[in-house]
Design a protein around this ligand. Structure first.
Ligand code: ATP
Length: 514
């Protein structure tokens, strides 16, 4: 694939063509930054959610899952700080009238410098061949050091200005760096302003009595307000976690990267309640555990990296992102945050209720500290989908488009194909479908020549094609074709379930985390 832009366009059109993601309300020309998951997308999304839930909730004796409502008492958002501080710094371009997040403009500027570093490294790698020592090169090459220094000073100045709410300096930085509107090249900027990201709505029938509500901008608060109820009814002892998955809403300004940044999206979050003072150790633990979860999917270790935050949110004492290499570069996929006792203490203050834990070992009450892991389900979908979409040159000179989804996540595990639409072959194929569908999501396909059907299933991400032919009539065997290797084997129909299970079962994938 030619370049990253082309590759990203290809991802978006493939997602549409193969029934994964559609623009919302497309017949009305769509709704900006809102998307619908289609027949295959809904399955892939569900499988990612299940993979997370299994690893986080069901495999850990000390983590339970809940499903809190999207509507919450409005005081929740006062207590959490979202009413006062859930703002993005915005800047408008006076010529193009386009609005941008000021911090994103600066980060994109740094990403461009980073691309230059990557280029230097690639050049040196070709020049020095096997003798190339990357860490040494990075730490000594004057050009790379210069670039790195520029990135560091820029990001730390931005972090400081945002922290001090010095928006004039953020604008000054944009001007000094001569950052231009990415669409038009204009450098004619307004001042930077803050903009609240929460969507408001109303509860109640009559206008006078209606109560102003917000659509939740994160799922975490549903966990905090239920902390005591869950702790008491589950009798869990610290350390323990509460997890949930669900929709969140943010009135995002820069919402242009397909399902990377949406206005309605889904989060998978876990709050881990711990003894004050142990946060450092749990922070390291969850960073490592969550990275292992990602790596278990086999999408390439080099595609992940940690990014430690310099600018901390108002609630955090340490925070890092797990970044993934999307088609448009490394970007945040998941956040790991050490949230101290900020949230529970705030809810104590605003509700007047004690949200404390009695620690039998210490023989005292305290407000637990919290370690959070927070990942966007849609972003994870984009990571999996974009990384899996590949174009392969075949030995015969043709290319094939193949969606190499980790088989544990693939929407359809196997498609059953009768070689021809006669001689009793469709009946046998349909019988196999009937039998396998108790255990797996399987499909039946009899249209077109078998080679074309294979290609269609490759592009659809289906790990196995099972072909019924005339030999099947004689010996009850079929051909099973593997999507990634394109290898074919002849196996007995009675073995199909075991073969598919071996490859697609969560057990064998999640074992890698142990
Ligand atoms: P960003 O800096 O990209 O706006 P964030 O730091 O505000 O993200 P968090 O509030 O930490 O994100 O949310 C946790 C996770 O939720 C993110 O890592 C991301 O995967 C996901 N997420 C956040 N905002 C969106 C969105 N608008 N669309 C899709 N996923 C999102």
């Amino acid at each position: 694939m030619a370049n990253n832009d082309d590759q990203f366009k290809k991802v978006i059109s493939h997602a549409k063509e193969y029934g994964y993601v559609f623009q919302s309300s497309e017949i009305y020309d769509g709704l900006s930054a809102v998307y619908d998951y289609a027949q295959n997308g809904a399955e892939l999304k569900k499988n990612i959610r299940d993979y997370w839930w299994k690893a986080m909730v069901q495999m850990n004796d000390n983590i339970v899952g809940i499903d809190a409502a999207i509507f919450m008492h409005p005081t929740t958002w006062k207590a959490s700080g979202h009413v006062d501080a859930f703002n993005d710094p915005l800047i408008d371009n006076k010529d193009s009238k386009k609005r941008y997040r000021a911090d994103v403009l600066i980060e994109d500027y740094c990403a461009k410098i980073e691309a230059k570093i990557e280029k230097e490294i690639a050049k040196a790698q070709t020049r020095f061949g096997n003798a190339f020592n990357k860490p040494e090169f990075i730490s000594t090459n004057p050009r790379v050091l210069g670039y790195q220094e520029k990135i560091n000073t820029t990001l730390s100045r931005m972090a400081k200005s945002l922290e001090n709410e010095d928006l004039a300096d953020v604008k000054a930085l944009i001007e000094e760096l001569e950052i231009a509107d990415p669409l038009t090249g204009s450098k004619n900027w307004t001042d930077v302003k803050q903009f609240n990201l929460m969507f408001g709505t109303k509860l109640g029938a009559s206008a006078e009595n209606a109560m102003d509500l917000y659509l939740r901008p994160e799922t975490a608060q549903g966990i905090f307000v239920n902390f005591l109820n869950v702790q008491k009814t589950s009798r869990l002892k610290i350390p323990f976690g509460i997890a949930q998955t669900g929709k969140a809403f943010r009135n995002e300004i820069v919402a242009r990267q397909f399902i990377f940044r949406m206005r309605e999206f889904e989060q998978m979050e876990m709050q881990f309640f711990i003894k004050p003072g142990t946060q450092k150790q749990w922070y390291e633990h969850w960073k490592e555990t969550r990275l292992k979860w990602h790596l278990s999917l086999g999408m390439g270790n080099d595609n992940y990296r940690f990014h430690d935050h310099e600018k901390l949110a108002h609630y955090a004492d340490a925070a890092a992102d797990i970044e993934f290499k999307f088609p448009f570069g490394f970007k945040e996929l998941e956040g790991i945050h050490s949230r101290t006792d900020f949230d529970l203490s705030q809810h104590e203050k605003y509700s007047g209720k004690k949200l404390q834990y009695f620690d039998p070992e210490e023989n005292k009450n305290y407000v637990p500290y919290v370690l959070e892991t927070s990942i966007g389900l849609d972003r994870m979908f984009l990571a999996v989908f974009s990384n899996s979409l590949q174009e392969e040159e075949l030995e015969n000179g043709t290319t094939r488009t193949v969606l190499k989804l980790p088989s544990v996540l693939a929407p359809i595990k196997a498609t059953i194909l009768p070689l021809v639409k006669k001689d009793g072959l469709p009946e046998i194929a349909k019988q196999i479908v009937e039998d396998l569908k108790w255990d797996f999501n399987v499909d039946y396909d009899e249209k077109d020549a078998v080679g074309r059907r294979y290609r269609r299933q490759d592009a659809n991400g289906t790990p196995f094609c099972i072909t019924v032919d005339h030999d099947t009539l004689k010996d009850n065997t079929v051909t099973i074709r593997h999507r990634d290797s394109m290898q074919q084997e002849r196996v007995a129909i009675t073995r199909l379930r075991e073969i598919i299970k071996h490859d697609t079962d969560m057990r064998s994938w999640l074992m890698k985390i142990k």
